[in-house]
Design a binder for this molecule. Structure first.
Ligand code: 6PG
Length: 246
């Protein structure tokens, strides 16, 4: 793996297995130094984490002691049933949390049965009870879309201009309907942010984020510049192919 410091955070380039293991190492290291009474770890949504869940369970890469004490959630969610294949938390639960026998009381889905605004408010209360004041999560995993979105900040998202200072919210997106998501302020109040971007489909978006003259509204993953000191990007060669010097 190679690593360099960028204005958007530490950029680590490696092969998929190295990056999968590094994601675990980063989160476990954060847990070992955490002063939180309840360690909170948010997975991301989409397809990228699915292979990681399967790998993590099959290899036992996450120490059992960490699995047993961690409070798991997802950094954004679709307003669908947990049983849906589109459910970010439902996917994490089926592929990793349930097979790893994570205690149910340590599983914190967004309450998608509620109306979006109520689901966001209920989630805010849950996270406030788990985390010390001023903290959104101990560890926040994110992905990045081919359009350079991250979490549920899609191009043009109002959240990128103002999120009201809350850590978590509901937003109606023209592209994907209602979404429940961490906000930019929530990212800035997380202990560690890990963005995983794999595959050639991410190459242009990554170039736009790291080297392009797009605005924040045009390339929302540029938001990570506001928390670069705590952000690590895990990127494979294919996704890094258009970056200068790659
Ligand atoms: C979601 C995600 C979203 C995702 C990116 C990357 O709910 O879809 O949280 O931000 O991380 O779209 O998705 P892929 O991993 O499927 O490319």
């Amino acid at each position: 793996m190679t690593e360099k410091k960028t204005e958007y955070g530490r950029l680590i380039i490696g092969d998929k297995m190295e990056l999968f293991a590094e994601a675990v190492r980063l989160a476990v290291a954060a847990e070992s130094t955490s002063e939180s009474q309840n360690f909170t770890w948010a997975f991301t949504g989409g397809s990228t984490p699915q292979a990681w869940y399967t790998w993590a369970h099959e290899t036992g890469a996450i120490p059992a002691a960490v699995m047993a004490k961690t409070n798991f959630t997802v950094s954004d969610e679709r307003c669908v049933s947990l049983s849906s294949d589109d459910s970010n938390f439902g996917t994490a639960e089926r592929k990793l949390l349930a097979p790893s026998e994570v205690p149910v009381e340590h599983r914190h889905p967004w309450v998608v049965a509620y109306e979006p605004a109520q689901a966001a408010e209920a989630y805010r209360r849950t996270m406030q009870l788990l985390n010390p004041p001023g903290k959104a999560y101990d560890v926040c995993f994110l992905g990045m879309g081919d359009d350079a979105h991250t979490a549920s900040f899609f191009p043009g998202s109002a959240l990128l201009e103002s999120d009201g200072g809350v850590f978590f919210t509901a937003i109606d997106t023209p592209q994907k309907g209602w979404r429940l998501t961490i906000t930019p302020t929530g990212l800035q109040h997380s202990g560690l942010v890990v963005v995983m971007a794999l595959g050639a489909g991410k190459a242009t978006a990554l170039k736009r984020v790291f080297e392009g003259d797009d605005t924040l509204l045009e390339a929302p993953a540029k938001i990570l510049k506001t928390c670069a000191e705590k952000t690590v990007w895990l990127v494979d060669e294919a996704a890094a192919a258009e970056l200068t010097g790659s």
